[in-house]
Design a protein around this ligand. Structure first.
Ligand SMILES: NC(=O)c1ccc[n+]([C@@H]2O[C@H](COP(=O)([O-])OP(=O)(O)OC[C@H]3O[C@@H](n4cnc5c(N)ncnc54)[C@H](O)[C@@H]3O)[C@@H](O)[C@H]2O)c1
Length: 335
């Protein structure tokens, strides 16, 4: 089978990483970049550059990666889907649940499946933790704590990401949806019992610091998202009745990715110095390859037409639509 011809629409922070990843992805080739804010003069790749998606004929590509501001993503993704091509669209899938449902519906008419960029699934510490939970090796899950925090930079409020009109919301929507996606994967039955958020530091009106509590039978979970934590932090703690897994770091300035796996009362075993000493510790370093791994996985599905079932696998339109619906419900519940 010939290589899939991919267009990257939006050549900013994430589009550039997706495009760069394509150089090393089996079975796909970057054929064009679309970005009105990029003139291509500094790009030595030789890949054709366009100002608008409309300048490319649908026959000239097989699939698109959409990595643009949230208020533009649904329109561009719809245009690609209506031409019969699948998309990998960066999270969230539409700033509202209604838009997410519309995109899911459009995607269902395309022969190849579309996906949404929930690349945290592909962080090695996260995928190992998810496998431990899914295998039951931790025992009945009793608590989950998911935290992402960052402090931005002095000009953060100038861009589209903290503009509620353009972004569609505050930290719950971005980056909170990553945690909602992971929570839904780890505990599909979890339901929100309370969510509260504060605003005011960034002065754009968005919620900037929040905690949400979820329950599923005897499992309690918290989702904590903050844009006023001055050290970038990413952590998931999963405790079952038999053991636990703690993933920390996301690479880059979020620190090295590590995973600790421990057993209940391991300290009591003969010859064990203490609970921490008993843990299996994995260090995956600071190089975050999750965007590339996710894209490779998407390309594999596009080429084979077989959905992946193993963990990690890319987020389907249905899964991302469910996250969009949950996100909307949480905005209604938020105090
Ligand atoms: N998964 C992650 O870790 C992660 C991290 C950051 C952002 N994101 C997501 O990626 C997406 C893009 O975010 P970003 O950080 O790359 O934003 P960005 O602002 O860095 O880049 C967006 C790019 O889109 C371009 N653009 C604007 N209008 C366009 C149009 N009509 N056609 C084509 N391009 C257009 C802009 O010129 C800009 O270069 C968002 O959905 C965001 O939520 C994901």
């Amino acid at each position: 089978m010939s290589e899939l011809r991919i267009v990257v629409v939006g050549y900013g922070l994430i589009g550039r990483q997706r495009a760069a990843a394509l150089a090393n992805i089996d079975g796909a080739v970057l054929v064009a970049i679309v970005d009105p804010g990029f003139d291509g003069a500094s790009d030595m790749s030789g890949v054709p550059h366009y100002q608008t998606l409309g300048e490319i004929q649908p026959d000239d590509f097989d699939a698109a990666v959409i990595a643009v501001p949230h208020d533009l993503a649904a329109g561009l993704a719809s245009a690609v889907l209506q031409s019969g091509r699948p998309v990998l669209v960066e999270k969230p899938l539409g700033p509202t649940a209604a838009e997410a449902r519309k995109l899911e519906q459009l995607a269902s008419r395309v022969s190849r499946p579309s996906f949404v960029g929930y690349n945290y699934r592909f962080l090695p510490a996260v995928s190992e933790l998810a496998q431990a939970v899914a295998s039951g090796s931790l025992g009945t899950l009793r608590n989950l704590d998911l935290l992402v925090g960052h402090g931005g930079h002095p000009d953060s409020a100038e861009g589209w990401k903290l503009d509620p009109e353009r972004a569609g919301g505050g930290v719950l929507l971005d980056p909170g949806v990553h945690l909602l996606d992971l929570l839904t994967c780890l505990s599909p039955e979890a339901r929100c019992t309370a969510i509260t958020a504060t605003r005011g530091f960034w002065r754009t009106g968005v919620e900037e610091d929040l905690v949400a509590i979820f329950r599923a039978d005897r499992m309690i979970a918290t989702v904590r998202v903050s844009h006023v934590r001055w050290i970038n932090t990413f952590r998931i703690e999963a405790f079952g009745e038999d053991g636990y897994a703690i993933a920390d770091g996301r690479g880059g300035n979020y620190g090295a990715m590590t995973l600790r796996i421990g057993r209940r009362w391991a300290w009591a075993r003969p010859g064990v110095a203490g609970q921490r000493e008993s843990e299996a510790l994995f260090d995956y370093g600071t190089d975050n390859q999750s965007l590339a791994m996710e894209l490779q996985s998407v390309v594999d599905v596009w080429r084979s037409a077989a959905q992946r079932t193993a963990i990690p696998r890319p987020a389907t339109m249905a899964e991302a639509r469910a996250v969009a619906e949950l996100c909307e419900q949480l905005y209604e519940q938020m105090t």
